[in-house]
Ligand binder design. Structure first.
Ligand code: S3P
Length: 172
């Protein structure tokens, strides 16, 4: 590889810092930033919680797949923060892998649990335990080309590591 990938996808469990890190990474690279959940909320003029409540998870997953399809074919340089369950669909994973570079922000359980405590905006947490959901999602996350343990690192440090990783790839 001799340049930074055009689409950089960030995956990881809810509360792992994808949006914060993604925004900062996009800023550093001069890339556009898209958070798929925020994109859906803006398009649908409602919240993720309401979509789950009123239309169900299946409808949410359709919307999520539609956004990923749109991003995958776009020509713009973009950093994308993916929803924590988006890789459960094989079709999404394929689109992501063929259109860009996937990075897993692997936050430790303690940090995630603390961040998600009392969270009511994430509907799945009202129905299933964090550990059950994480177990289902982990295999998808681990297909990433870069797995970053984010423990004890600030968003700025994580971004530095990612940039360093790309500069090393470019030298190869
Ligand atoms: C979900 C994660 C959420 C959001 C939705 C479902 C999941 O995104 O897409 O509530 O299935 O893990 P974040 O990971 O950005 O919180």
């Amino acid at each position: 590889m001799n340049q930074i990938p055009q689409h950089i996808y960030l995956c990881g469990f809810m509360g792992s810092g994808k949006t914060t890190v993604g925004k900062l990474l996009a800023e550093k690279l001069g890339y556009k930033f898209v958070d798929t959940d925020q994109f859906i909320e803006k398009n649908e003029k409602t919240t993720i919680r309401d979509i789950f409540e009123n239309s169900g998870e299946t409808q949410f997953r359709k919307l999520e797949n539609r956004v990923i399809k749109q991003i995958a074919v776009s020509e713009e340089n973009t950093v994308i923060a993916l929803g924590g369950g988006s890789l459960m669909r094989k079709a999404n994973l394929k689109l992501i892998k063929t259109s860009g570079y996937l990075i897993y922000l692997n936050a430790d359980r303690h940090t995630i649990a603390a961040r998600l405590q009392a969270d009511t905006a994430r509907p799945l947490l009202q129905r299933a335990s964090l550990d059950t959901l994480f177990k289902q999602r982990k295999p998808g996350y681990e297909t990433a080309s870069l797995i970053m343990k984010t423990r004890d690192q600030s968003p700025a440090e994580i971004v530095q590591h990612i940039l360093h990783h790309f500069s090393r790839l470019n030298k190869k």
